[in-house]
Ligand binder design. Structure first.
Ligand code: ATP
Length: 233
């Protein structure tokens, strides 16, 4: 579904990604692991059109979308849940959800609003509350729900478990699996390597802007160098 081929992305003269290639098959969960500063967020931002690669290509559903703008990519079926969530703190939960559908012109937005609130009952309960008053876990759910409002084929999740309590992290990973089971392909960036490898089908490991390892997630879960570097055992 998504083929990232040899992308190199720079911040000024600093090269943050070096020839990164990633394939995301339709229907899968693919995870990108790596330490702080490895280039995970830069990879996601480049795929989502927030950063332009200096070289390489990004093909989505057999169409070359390299260099397209974020809103064009949303229109093609990609939705990014950014690191830090970017909830609109001064807008209500409902308004945040509606923002996710801002490009849609079909008549099913209301139906989808009901659907996402069925999936996340806490968001229905708090629909009139300001986004900024939600807990971290609830804000993460709102960020995911808002992305779902664009009816994505590919959901890009950047560190959804960041800063959340262990039980909430479990909930978030469960939701990611459910969304995938319902047909949405997922590209997941995580520092929580163990959890990510448990839910993912395939994984890539980034170090200083380069892919240093990739393979089926269950193989990486049992790989001794991965265990030592990322799984704490
Ligand atoms: P983290 O888990 O901390 O978010 P990451 O793997 O997502 O780490 P990136 O944020 O993609 O890493 O950063 C990759 C490299 O690019 C790092 O060396 C970082 O310092 C650098 N970098 C990131 N953002 C900028 C920026 N706006 N300007 C300059 N350099 C940047």
């Amino acid at each position: 579904m998504l083929n990232v081929k040899n992308i190199s992305t720079y911040y000024g003269n600093i090269q943050a990604l070096k020839d990164v290639s990633i394939d995301v098959p339709e229907g899968s969960i693919v995870t990108i692991l790596g330490a702080n500063g490895a280039g995970k967020t830069t990879t996601m931002k480049t795929i989502a059109g927030l950063l332009k690669p200096k070289s390489g290509s990004i093909t989505f559903l057999n169409e070359d979308l390299t260099g397209k703008s974020p809103h064009q990519l949303v229109g093609k079926g990609m939705a990014l849940v950014p690191e830090g969530r970017d909830i609109l703190a001064g807008m209500s939960v409902l308004e945040n959800l509606e923002m996710g559908a801002f490009q849609r012109k079909d008549k099913e937005v209301k139906t989808d609003l009901e659907k996402v609130m069925d999936r996340f009952p806490i968001l229905r309960e708090r629909k009139s509350q300001l986004g900024g008053t939600l807990s971290g876990g609830q804000q993460q759910m709102l960020a995911i729900a808002r992305a779902l409002m664009s009816r994505p084929k590919l959901l890009l999740l950047d560190e959804p478990s960041m800063g959340l309590a262990p039980l909430v992290v479990q909930d978030i990973f469960k939701i990611v699996t459910e969304i995938n089971n319902e047909g949405t392909t997922v590209l997941l960036v995580e520092q929580n390597a163990r959890q990510a490898l448990k839910v993912a089908h395939h994984a890539y490991v980034l170090e200083t802007g380069k892919v240093v390892k990739s393979g089926p997630a269950n193989e990486l879960l049992n790989d001794s160098s991965i265990k030592e570097a990322y799984l704490g055992s």
